[in-house]
Design a protein around this ligand. Structure first.
Ligand SMILES: Cc1ncc(COP(=O)(O)O)c(C=O)c1O
Length: 388
């Protein structure tokens, strides 16, 4: 199979035999477009790295310094942040990075600014530490621009953290330099730390550039803790590998203390895989996957917008965009209706905040066959309803 056809090879009859929660949560006749995981195979280089590590008995206590070195080089080159391996922690994915950053910097009564809509972990962890979540709205009608005038108005003396998810799940926005610079200026002026999630950095369309907020200047770098991972680009969430970095030594020490005895990096097999994922050996994967996703994106936007009551706007990054459903149902009712009537599982927008109420999040990282079948089913089911 060619290096581009592999992304189009997914077949429901194969995936339902897997242990993948995306495909096993619902009955076998449901097409799952919910959790943010792709239906692509694993790159052969990743499989080989894990097999080689097993053959070399690499499953004992072992050093992570080679992986940290590669991570530092990747962050210097791709994210343009001048870091050393000492500024990095290997973690079990981006969620633990968000957990450490919020627990390490916030406590009862502090305020944390979170977008509405936003990936749910930010809000959940803020609630864990009993911080007050203050919402920074992103409006569909404004093409989800990050309006920093609105941000300025919600900053108070109690604001401890501003959350940044770039590229943004679930709006599909890739933040501009101006947006990031304005947030960075506010953070530096008010000495507010930033909890930054750049997990989706590889999934961008139409040559949109990814800019890391911590690269803007050394002051904002000191205030930022950025987490990255491999789960979205390579479909390897089960390897549980991510990495966190801050150039602020005392902030990093807080995370090390919090981690002591609980969080100790990831497995040697995942690190062996990471060494390949961080290298240029998989540049072909990043490039070809985005080419495939671009085709699927065009197909989905064209076909979905032909359905009365649907408003599916173009998006700049991620493969889990929001789509507006103009029907007399809230988002939970609509996702339940489509699960029952269309046998398609998508994510109700309300799970991402109150501004998600009329939206559904749809994972498009699959084959054209599966996507077309899902859209046929959605179209048929919606024909039974009257759009607003
Ligand atoms: C924005 C964002 N952050 C974090 C995560 C969790 O990532 P990980 O599997 O690396 O913990 C996800 C998963 O969908 C996500 O979309």
């Amino acid at each position: 199979m060619s290096k581009i056809d592999i992304y189009n090879s997914a077949r429901a009859e194969d995936w339902v035999k897997s242990t993948h929660s995306k495909w096993t949560r619902f009955p076998k006749d449901v097409i799952p477009l919910w959790i943010a995981s792709p239906d692509f195979p694993i790159a052969p280089e990743i499989k080989n790295a894990i097999i080689t590590a097993v053959n070399n008995d690499d499953v004992s206590y072992s050093s992570d310094s080679d992986t940290k070195q590669l991570i530092a080089e990747k962050i210097q080159k791709f994210n343009n942040i001048p870091v050393t391996p000492e500024d990095i922690m290997i973690i079990q994915g981006v969620d633990p990075g968000l957990w450490l950053t919020i627990h390490g910097n916030c406590s009862v009564g502090d305020e944390i600014i979170v977008n509405d809509p936003m990936y749910g972990t930010f809000r959940r962890v803020a609630e864990d530490v009993k911080a007050k979540v203050v919402y920074w709205p992103l409006e569909f009608e404004e093409n989800y621009k990050f309006d920093t005038e609105k941000l300025k108005n919600i900053i108070t003396k109690k604001t401890k953290l501003i959350s940044i998810c770039n590229p943004h799940n679930p709006t599909g926005r890739v933040m501009t330099k101006d947006e990031l610079k304005s947030i960075a200026d506010l953070a530096v002026d008010h000495k507010i730390k930033l909890v930054v999630d750049e997990l989706w950095e590889d999934i961008r369309f139409d040559e949109k550039k990814h800019l890391s907020i911590a690269s803007i200047n050394p002051e904002v770098s000191e205030l930022s803790t950025t987490s990255w991972g491999c789960s979205k680009t390579f479909g390897v969430a089960g390897l549980q590998i991510g990495y966190l970095c801050t150039t602020n030594k005392s902030t990093l020490n807080i995370y090390k203390k919090l981690s002591s005895g609980i969080q100790r990096g990831t497995t040697s097999l995942s690190r062996a895989a990471a060494n390949v994922m961080l290298s240029e050996k998989l540049d072909w994967w990043r490039i070809n996957m985005v080419k495939h996703l671009t085709k699927i994106k065009e197909l989905v936007i064209k076909r979905m917008n032909e359905i009365p009551g649907i408003d599916f706007r173009d998006f700049e990054g991620t493969y889990v965009p929001f789509c507006k459903f103009n029907y007399d149902m809230n988002s939970r009712e609509m996702s339940n209706y489509l699960l029952k009537e269309a046998k398609v599982a998508i994510s109700a927008g309300s799970g991402f905040g109150s501004r998600g109420e009329t939206f559904q999040r749809i994972n498009i990282a699959t084959s054209t066959n599966i996507m077309n079948e899902a859209i046929d089913r959605i179209e048929n089911a919606l024909q039974k309803l009257k759009p607003l």
